[in-house]
Ligand binder design. Sequence first.
Ligand code: ATP
Ligand code: MG
Length: 424
Amino acid sequence: MAEHIKVIRGMHDTLPASMPVWHFVESTVINILNSYGYEEIRTPILEKTELFMHSIGETSDIVTKEMYTFEDRNGDLLTMRPEGTASCVRAIIENGLVQSKHNRLWYYGPMFRHERPQKGRLRQFHQIGVEAFGLPGPDIDAEIIMICARIWKDLGLTGLKLEINSLGSSDARLAYREKLIEYFSDNKDALDEDSLVRLDKNPMRILDSKNPELEKLIQSAPQMADTLDEESKEHFELLQNILNSVNISYTINPRMVRGLDYYNRTVFEWVTDQLGAQSAVCAGGRYDGMIQHFGGPPTPGIGFGMGLERLTILLEESNRDDIPAENADIYFVIATDEGIPTAMSLAEKLRDQLPGIRLITHCGGGNFKKQFKKADRSGAQIALILGKDELEKQTVGIKSLRTESEQQEVSWLELVEKIRDQIS
Ligand code: ATP
Ligand code: MG
């Protein structure tokens, strides 16, 4: 290779040293999702581009600026998924799961968005998300928020704040839309280019603008709450009652509109001030119109997605010492080439009889000193030693690598029991 080829900008290698934090987050989240009865679904990373155009919305930042879209060899227009909801909706319709018992789902995987890379903002990032189908009431809205709260608790993350809002029914949104068009049309001169486009197509999205020059204008815009229909008001109140009853605090953010065109009623975000400009770690909402829009039977839906990079940064920066290390338990030092077959078979016996044990057998030869150095660096608690003497006597040496205790010698027959005692 003439040149050193580097990774694509905004896409990261996750190296072994980072894995304990990642595994801690993944297993904590997935255990909690399972404990609430959610089931996993896996969908392809590539989908037809139109799937995202018609779900996320043609005026959204994702569709207008961020998608990785290309023509494949057949000339089909494909996109690397930028989020998980559209694929889930497609999959449950296509596989006849819309009105089945499998209506609480979770997914995990990489997502792709071509945005400006910064801390906590990548071009390939990872989301764990949930989607619940066929459940129209605020009970499920509250449940998925409770799941998030439990995730933060079990991860030991503090300082995440919940913001909620209601976008109302589609009729209420239409009425609100008219009010917004009137308001922003009166202030057309103050709008930027993006917002002018949105004014025609989807004026609510102007509220989502990140342009600081529009902040004042947006602050004084009419509020959804004043246009909210009775049913949505009740839905939103009951959601708040449930959140109060399970002691989840929240603030109502009347400006939060979220990205999807099909969001209605409940939307929410969990935000932090510890990630600079990237404040949201998790975001979600209700999308009761989407399944029908894609040709399925009228079926409500609600879900959220959380960004794993942002969660792992929060954990790494808090220097936590309670994240399980992933060191080896045992390092097998084999100080004689004739001993290799015996050591290998003893190691296999240990793995057979002590499931879950992490045992590294030394490979590549070398003297005692070199092998012990590697044993030490592996983080293992114990070194097993098979040298010439031990081979002759049919024994193995057991040496603690972390305490001063004396080296022991055990027969091959007793090895499993001895190790079982030592590591339990
Ligand atoms: P932001 O406002 O930060 O751009 P978003 O509204 O585009 O977020 P969603 O589409 O709601 O984000 O995705 C849900 C979560 O996925 C976010 O809260 C965040 O934690 C994570 N996320 C989104 N985009 C990225 C990215 N480019 N890099 C890393 N994480 C991301
Ligand atoms: Mg974004």
